[in-house]
Write a protein that binds this ligand. Structure first.
Ligand code: GLU
Length: 268
């Protein structure tokens, strides 16, 4: 039997290797693995039928398309707040779009593209509550829920040490606890709280305004400037084409928050 010519073997090897190299982290060459939230309505939500919806999901999809992936090449992976840096550092995801604030301490382990949205920390209480009007009123023996590994939980620990903070793994668990009376308030970014409030009309209200600036970025492998540049370019295209505004309107338009304008990209 004749052996396979060497140049064909080389061409085959290249054909296999190239898509793998192009893919970077968690993907297997044909797919792109994207980390997002599965339990945040309006932002990142896995529906009972398995479909994914939300503003972050739309941003992630737009970026994937710009990177050359079709919709069925996307593999969604749940990225809870406390696990995001690890998922990226271990190569389990290619990138994360999950209400992920750009911070200096996170930048020690991951890089970011963006920002693609700016929001701020706020408070969610039951609709009939009258005595919680801001973070200070929580020091009056109130139970506050937030999520492990999040910037809002850290800010409460740093700035309001007198507050009884309970840290759960997800905001949906906090909102459930708020509904059944186990806690008095939930704190995280206003846009996230607005998504939960819109899901259960008349049950909750947002109070206290915003008391931080949270700049959402797309998390990616530390130092991968090539991917970072490609994602920044995709975000600019999303802003300028009107797709970003459409994603806001479709996912968060009903939340009652005023439509923001796209931020200026500054992660390089
Ligand atoms: N944006 C904040 C953070 O990245 C809170 C939202 C979240 O935990 O996903 O920590």
């Amino acid at each position: 039997m004749r052996s396979i010519p060497r140049r064909i073997v080389a061409a085959l090897a290249l054909a296999v290797a190239l898509p793998l190299a192009a893919c970077g982290g968690g993907g297997d060459g044909d797919n792109v693995v994207i980390g997002t939230k599965f339990d945040q309505p309006g932002l990142g939500l896995k529906n009972p039928d398995g479909t994914m919806t939300g503003f972050d999901v739309d941003v992630a999809r737009y970026v994937a398309e710009q990177l050359g992936y079709t919709d069925d090449q996307i593999v969604w992976k749940e990225a809870p707040s406390a696990q995001r840096e690890t998922l990226i550092a271990n190569g389990q995801v290619d990138y994360i779009v999950a209400t992920y604030s750009i911070t200096d301490s996170r930048k020690e382990r991951v890089s970011f593209a963006g920002p693609y949205l700016i929001t701020g920390q706020s408070l969610l209480v039951r609709a009939d509550n009258t005595d919680i009007v801001g973070a200070e009123s929580l020091e009056n023996n109130k139970k506050l829920c937030s999520v492990t590994g999040s910037t809002p939980a850290q800010r409460i620990k740093d700035q309001y040490p007198g507050v009884q903070l309970q840290q759960y793994d997800t905001y949906s668990a906090c909102v459930e606890a708020l509904k059944n009376g186990a806690v008095d308030a939930v704190t995280t970014d206003e846009v996230i709280l607005a998504g939960y409030a819109a899901q259960s009309p008349g049950t909750f209200k947002i109070v206290g305004g915003t008391f931080s600036e949270e700049r959402y970025g797309v998390g990616l492998k530390k130092g991968d400037t090539e991917l970072q540049t490609k994602i920044n370019d995709a975000l600019v295209k999303m802003f300028e084409s009107g797709a970003w505004k459409a994603a806001w309107d479709n996912n968060l338009g009903a939340s009652g928050l005023p439509a923001p304008t796209p931020p200026t990209i500054d992660q390089t």
